[in-house]
Design a protein around this ligand. Structure first.
Ligand SMILES: NC(=O)c1ccc[n+]([C@@H]2O[C@H](COP(=O)([O-])OP(=O)(O)OC[C@H]3O[C@@H](n4cnc5c(N)ncnc54)[C@H](OP(=O)(O)O)[C@@H]3O)[C@@H](O)[C@H]2O)c1
Length: 320
C-alpha cells in the first residue's frame, strides 16, 4: 500500500515538472524498478517454499530470556526439535523444562554456551552432531545493548558488544554451515534491530554491531543462494524483554516501552517470516516506511535520526 501511494504521489510530482529526464524517471523507470523488486521478492519466496518448522532441528542462541525464550516455546509448540543455548544455566534449564511441558514429543537440548567463546561454540556443535547429526535452522538471537554517549563509555563495552552481537553470530554460523548444507532450504534467522536501519545516538556500539550483521549476511546470502539456504534479517522495534536491564555500561535503563510488542508476538512474527523465507521482517508499517525512506531519501532519514537522537541524549543526561 505504501509503495502504491508513493508511486501515485511520484506521478503527481512528475506531472508538475517540465524537465523530460525527471518526468521519465518518475513515470517510467521508477514503476519498472518497483515491479522488478516485487518480481524478485516473489521469485525468492517461490524458491523458499514450502518450509514448516514441524520436525525440524533448530538452534536458538540467547534462549534463556526474552525473544529467544519465546521462540523456544513457540518452536516446541509447533513440533520443532530445539537446541537452546545461553550463559545463565538455571534460566536455560527452566526454559528447557517448560518446552518439554509444552510438547513432550520434541527433543530439547540445552547447552551452556557463550557465543564469544570459540571453544564452547565448537563443543556445542559436537553435541549437536552427536544428538541430532542434523540442523535445519539457526536463529541468531543472542545479543546485548548499551545506552551511553560514546565519549563517556568505557571503551571495552564497544568491543564486548561487537564480540557478542557480531562475532558471536558469525562464529555460530561458521560452525553451523556444514550441517545446514546437508539439507536443502535450510534457514538462517538473524535477530537484528530497527537500529540496524536507523541509527540513533547513545547506541554507537550496538548500532555498529547490527549494521555489521546486515553487511555480513547480505554477502553470505550470495554464497548460499545456490544451496537454497535462505537468510532472513529481522528488524524488531521495541520488544518487552530484559534487554534494558541487561544493558552494558552505566546508563539509564528506564525507557518508554509503552508501544513495545510482547516477546511472544515478536516470536510469532519471526517464525512466520522464516517459514515464508522472507528476506526481511520489518514488524510495523512505520518500520516499513523507515526502510523505504532509507533506500530513497537517506538524508531525510539521517536528519530524523539526529533530531530524534537529540531527545535521547538529553534524556540520558537527565537520568544520570
Ligand atoms: N527487546 C528489544 O526491544 C529488541 C529490539 C530489537 C532487537 N532486539 C534483539 O533481540 C535479541 C534478543 O534480545 P532480548 O530483547 O530478548 O533481550 P534479553 O532478554 O536480554 O535476551 C538476550 C539473550 O542473549 C543471551 N546472551 C547475551 N550474551 C550472550 C553470550 N555472550 N552468549 C550467549 N548468549 C548470550 C542472553 O542469555 P545469557 O545472559 O544467559 O547468556 C539472553 O538469553 C538481541 O539480539 C537484541 O539485540 C531486541
Amino acid at each position: 500500500m505504501v509503495y502504491v501511494t508513493i508511486i501515485f504521489v511520484s506521478l503527481i510530482i512528475a506531472a508538475s515538472f517540465t524537465e523530460s529526464l525527471v518526468f521519465v524517471f518518475f513515470t517510467l523507470i521508477y514503476p519498472i524498478l518497483y515491479l522488478a523488486n516485487v518480481y524478485f521478492r516473489r521469485k525468492r519466496l517461490n524458491s523458499a517454499q514450502p518450509w514448516s518448522i514441524n520436525e525440524k532441528v533448530i538452534l536458538i542462541t540467547g534462549a534463556s530470556s526474552g525473544i529467544g525464550k519465546s521462540l523456544a516455546y513457540l518452536c516446541a509448540k509447533n513440533g520443532a526439535n530445539i537446541i537452546i543455548c545461553a550463559r545463565r544455566t538455571e534460566m536455560l534449564s527452566h526454559v528447557a523444562e517448560e518446552c518439554r511441558k509444552i510438547n513432550d514429543s520434541v527433543k530439547v537440548l540445552k547447552v551452556k554456551c557463550d557465543v564469544t567463546n570459540e571453544f564452547e561454540v565448537s563443543q556445542m556443535f559436537e553435541i549437536i552432531k552427536t544428538t541430532f547429526n542434523r540442523l535445519d535452522c539457526i536463529i541468531l538471537n543472542a545479543g546485548v545493548s548499551m545506552g551511553e554517549q560514546f565519549e563517556d563509555v568505557d571503551y571495552s563495552i564497544i568491543k564486548n558488544i561487537m564480540d557478542i552481537n557480531y562475532f558471536g553470530a558469525t562464529n555460530v554460523t561458521h560452525k553451523a554451515l556444514p550441517l545446514l548444507k546437508n539439507n536443502k532450504k535450510s534457514r538462517i534467522l538473524v535477530v537484528n534491530s530497527i537500529i540496524g536501519i536507523i541509527p540513533i545516538p547513545l547506541r554507537t556500539g550496538y548500532t555498529a554491531s547490527k549494521f555489521a550483521l546486515r553487511g555480513f549476511f547480505e554477502s553470505l546470502q550470495g554464497e548460499l543462494w545456490k544451496d537454497e539456504i535462505f537468510v532472513t534479517m529481522a528488524y524488531p522495534g521495541s520488544v518487552k524483554t530484559e534487554i534494558n536491564q541487561n544493558r552494558l555500561g552505566s546508563n539509564p535503563r528506564e525507557l518508554d516501552f509503552s508501544d513495545a510488542i510482547s516477546s511472544e508476538e515478536c516470536a510469532r512474527i519471526l517464525i512466520e517470516g522464516i517459514s515464508r523465507g522472507d528476506k526481511e521482517i520489518l514488524f510495523t508499517n512505520r518500520n516499513r516506511l523507515v526502510r523505504l525512506i532509507e533506500g530513497i531519501y537517506p538524508e531525510l532519514l539521517a536528519y530524523f535520526a539526529c533530531t530524534k537522537g537529540k531527545k535521547h541524549v538529553n534524556l540520558g543526561r537527565n537520568n544520570q
